[in-house]
Design a protein around this ligand. Structure first.
Ligand code: AMP
Ligand code: MN
Ligand code: MN
Length: 342
């Protein structure tokens, strides 16, 4: 696509015009009815990217459905349009856009393999572990959030930013950088943030909604989990059983604040929280200090993520999951130390 074809208002730098952005924009322009899906157990980037792109498609006048197999967590219900997200999309779609998913499994039941088998998928993501499952794979591990890539896309197709789109996208960046505290918080990220704030997105509002409010039951659960934390070499871990959740009066799954807090222990380089989910599977949430990669362990066990934040889901008991992950992690840390010494 030449510059002449670029829609009015696109403010992208020339070097950003890639095959992926061009093909994505072209497929969106051609599509009649688009299904946009983010990952199961969505975080702020998944929901923010989904809604931000949804509002842009609305402005483009494109028929679309926004889907997520799991419910929207309470802390993101404040985002405009969150009530329109469905778990079981039913339509005659001619394009699927996957957001913030490193593999097809992460789309969960919102993606029906049978009916969508022949429909092209655009895979927009920033996970280093992305397996490239799309017909187009716009995967940029240098982006702090998928929302950042969605912003590039929106500007490329020429949709003018507005406060509604901006708050959704900023929500994604704020949450995936844990409030600008992760190593991928680069000057470029801050430029993007400035642009979104200038458009009208309120950073204090997002911070208040996503970091400063949580149910007392969750705080009590954290208290129990934190006081039971164990050190295994430089790995700190704890677990949350169904019984603990019941006893604390919690009916939904926790956010990712616990594992990040746990990993702040000076004595540890890696933090892991094992959570027994309602369906009996074990959710493994991992964080590490800069320089230590945990995404490879997550990937080996069928999950994925980033070098410093990764996860997987195991079909086993809490004890089996813990033994398996701790063994893999000890091995991986030894390997990384050995590689470092060479
Ligand atoms: P979490 O610990 O759930 O906040 O997830 C940390 C990172 O790992 C996020 O970027 C997730 O998208 C990714 N992740 C977590 N669980 C899985 C999984 N089962 N499969 C693939 N990626 C995952
Ligand atoms: Mn995510
Ligand atoms: Mn993300």
């Amino acid at each position: 696509m030449s510059k002449a074809h670029r829609a009015e208002g696109a403010s992208l730098r020339d070097e950003s015009f890639t095959y992926e952005s061009q093909t994505t924009a072209q497929l969106i322009r051609q599509a009649q009815d688009i299904l946009v899906i983010c990952h199961v157990m969505p975080d702020g980037d998944a929901i923010g990217s989904l809604l931000g792109l949804g509002w842009a498609l609305h402005k483009l006048g494109k028929e679309h459905t926004l889907a997520c197999a799991s419910p929207v967590p309470d802390s993101f219900a404040y985002l405009p349009g969150s009530e329109a997200i469905v778990a079981h999309p039913a339509g005659n779609y001619d394009l699927v856009i996957s957001l913030d998913c490193s593999d097809l499994k992460r789309l969960g039941t919102a993606y029906d393999q049978n009916s969508l088998r022949r429909v092209p998928i655009i895979n927009i993501d920033h996970h280093i572990t992305n397996v490239g499952f799309g017909s187009v794979n716009w995967v940029d591990p240098n982006s702090a959030a998928t929302a950042q890539i969605v912003l590039t896309l929106i500007e490329y197709v020429g949709v003018p930013l507005d406060p509604t789109i901006a708050i959704c996208l900023l929500n994604g960046i704020v949450t995936d950088t844990r409030g600008f505290r992760t190593p991928n918080t680069t000057p470029t990220v801050m430029e993007v943030v400035t642009r979104l704030m200038t458009t009208g997105a309120s950073l204090p509002e997002i911070t208040e909604q996503v970091f400063n409010r949580r149910p007392l039951a969750l705080i009590r659960l954290w208290g129990r989990a934190l006081s039971a934390a164990q050190l295994d070499g430089r790995i700190i871990w704890t677990e949350i059983s169904q019984a603990m959740k019941r006893e604390c009066g919690l009916d939904s799954d926790s956010d990712d604040g616990l594992v990040s807090f746990l990993t702040s222990a000076c004595e540890a380089d890696v933090g892991i929280v094992f959570t027994e989910k309602d369906d009996g599977t074990i959710d493994v949430s991992m964080r590490s200090m800069p320089g230590i990669d945990i995404s490879s362990v997550a990937m080996r066990l069928g999950g994925g993520g980033h070098p410093q934040a990764a996860g997987c889901n195991l079909n086993s008991s809490l004890t089996e999951a813990r033994e398996r992950i701790l063994a893999e992690m000890r091995h991986s840390l030894l390997e990384q130390v050995a590689r470092h010494q060479h």
